[in-house]
Design a binder for this molecule. Sequence first.
Ligand code: SAM
Length: 288
Amino acid sequence: MNKRLYSPKYVKEIIDKYEFGFSKSLGQNFLIDGNVLNNIIKMGEITKEDLILEIGPGIGTLTEELALNSKKVVAVEIDKNLLPILDETLKAYDNIEIVHGDILKIDIEKLILEKLDGGPIKVVANLPYYITTPIIGKLLEENLNIQSIIVMIQKEVAHRIVAKPNTKDYGALSIFINFYTDPEIILKVPKTVFMPQPKVDSAVVKLNLKEELPNIDRELFFKVVKSAFGKRRKTILNSLSTGELGLEKEIIKNVLEEANIPPNFRAENLKIEDFIKISETLPPLNIY
Ligand code: SAM
């Protein structure tokens, strides 16, 4: 068994050998803790049958653990300076394929078809904080053959994702994620397990994708949610009639009545089902 990559001493050695400079703008904070890596595998329920897409392998610490515990890993890395490092650190594994590219620009459907047997796949990533939501958004909106998404993100964002109604963290992000998935926080991760150390603590979230989604006009649904939380201190009657929906108060009043939602409720009092009811009851947007 070769020595494992996550040892801080080895990470430092390899960084020095390649004179690698950490890029803050690419969110490069590398994991250097074996326990956290083990827990991601265990709590993320990664098994030997799994086909994995990893986003941002860095120098390969998480990639190595994934390769040891799954069938195949395809890892997409944007930073070309990491490619020679990954060539060296992961050379012992024949079930890893590194793809150079930006996950936000790559055709993920094609990648799953060509390199991961068409899926279903599990996505695993220690995500750069600055693009956490666009990446999760892309993975969920593109109707891909994904079973679960296991991502390390900023602790505060994790709390917003799993937040329940009537709490301060509950908002448009909670609704967006809960529309597509059943999310859970599976691990809390202190900032001390990264090199270099970031300013904030992290958490690993597991998003279990729902097999069936409500058959509704999604564009309208998310417009309603955005409009409601855009003015979260206002009553739902006021936020929906002054927000980007721009509908008359009288129409909103009737819609709320029909959906059985008190007009003096605020966005944070509404469950996802309430937002679904509202968008189902609203007339289609294009008739205005
Ligand atoms: N997985 C490694 C670990 O846990 O130690 C590295 C995680 S580091 C927080 C984020 C990684 O994502 C970096 O290697 C960075 O270069 C890469 N990255 C940043 N933006 C990316 C993008 N748009 N597409 C692919 N990789 C990206």
